[in-house]
Design a binder for this molecule. Structure first.
Ligand code: NAP
Length: 342
């Protein structure tokens, strides 16, 4: 049993990870930007079926400020640094996400070093691995890094690559024995625990509510949030995980059209609004010229990024659910929690 600090307890992945830590009988402190969110955290943990949901300590801390981090990390054996800006829309300026992601990671690592924490697991992303390489048929592994000056690299993608680089540089130069492990998930799906769900859930939400009438020719990789949380726990304690990165994904990339068909097949009437047709790329490029929110998706049209989870499977015995089970679990939870209006 250990004491673990999980940053960003209001988040989708963090709440599932806390639930798993509590189930494994660890004690947990989490950070929230505002203590007013404590009850939301407890509610999500209860929905997740976590024991002792009310026993989690909450500390107020923001990635953009030094305040609170020393208190949050006090007594922690491990830190799971999961919080990072994950905006649903393009930010006004790229520094709005890059600076909190990078400086926040450094704040957390500095506090962890000062408190004598054994290991920090950083939630990075496939965004730090497989972007900016243009069209390529290769299979990305943990040896790859996103080219932040390459094509199709959004502010969010850049923020994850820059923050992970900064974290590795920090432990190498001034970590003073602090161990670091990175987990690099692809698009995270699986059951939501409440109305404040992650931007990655919007795809399934839009398909179920009729907000996506035709499926754009976009491919994504998926991982179930419960499996991503499980990998964080394995990465936290496995001796061989120190100094390593681990990609977290279910398997082969899937198209939005495949996701829509899977939802229709497995949910029946509840997925009656999921698109049956695919929109051509040329039409979406044209639409993007007049609808700015579509512009972020243009570089992703028709691009298939393959990656491998062989390292996590081999070294950490990690066995994820399938793509289909992950997206169906998202859809079922949105239905179950009544989150399909609006
Ligand atoms: P999420 O539900 O939006 O969670 C993001 C968390 O970060 C929230 O708790 C949020 O707090 C917190 N946060 C954002 N800016 C902050 C700031 N300035 N100070 C303190 N906390 C801040 O998204 P998620 O999917 O769980 O993402 C968790 C992590 O996984 C992130 O590092 C993300 O980059 C990574 N990731 C996600 C995906 C995916 O598809 N979802 C894929 C790969 C990697 P508030 O609730 O106060 O906003």
């Amino acid at each position: 049993m250990a004491h673990v600090l999980v940053t960003g307890g209001t988040g989708f992945l963090a709440s599932h990870t806390i639930a798993r830590l509590l189930t494994a009988e660890h004690t947990v402190t989490t950070t929230v930007r505002s203590l007013a969110r404590r009850s939301d955290v407890e509610r999500m943990l209860t929905v997740a079926g976590a024991p002792h949901a009310h026993g989690v300590s909450c500390v107020a801390a923001d990635l953009t400020s030094d305040r609170g981090w020393d208190r949050a990390v006090a007594g922690a054996d491990y830190v799971l640094h999961i919080a990072s800006p994950f905006p649903a829309a393009r930010p006004k300026h790229e520094d709005d996400v890059i600076v909190p992601a990078r400086d926040g990671a450094l704040r957390v690592l500095r506090a962890a070093r000062e408190a004598g924490v054994r290991r920090t697991v950083l939630t990075s992303s496939f965004a730090a691995v497989g972007y900016g390489h243009g069209r390529t048929g290769r299979t990305f592994t943990e040896d790859d890094w996103t080219r932040t000056d390459g094509p199709g690299v959004s502010a969010y993608i850049k923020s994850k690559a820059v923050a992970e680089r900064a974290a590795w540089d920090f432990v190498e130069r001034e970590g003073d024995g602090l161990e670091l492990t990175a987990v690099n998930p692809v698009g995270i799906f699986g059951p939501v625990l409440g109305p404040d769900y992650s931007a990655s859930i919007r795809i399934v939400h839009a398909m179920l509510t009729g907000g996506m009438r035709t499926a754009p020719p976009i491919w994504t990789n998926t991982v179930d949030v419960r499996d991503a949380a499980d990998l964080h726990l394995r990465a936290m304690t496995a001796p061989e995980a120190a100094g390593q990165r681990y990609l977290a994904l279910a398997g082969e990339p899937v198209s939005f059209q495949h996701i829509a068909l899977t939802l229709r097949e497995r949910l029946g009437e509840a997925a009656a609004k999921a698109p049956t047709r695919s929109a051509p790329a040329w039409l979406l490029r044209l639409l993007a010229t007049v609808r700015p929110p579509l512009r972020e998706t243009v570089p992703q049209l028709g691009v298939v990024r393959r990656a491998s989870h062989a390292k996590a499977r081999r070294e950490l015995d990690w066995v994820p659910r399938s793509n289909e089970d992950a997206v169906v679990a998202t859809a079922e939870s949105l239905v179950r929690l009544g989150l399909l209006s609006g």
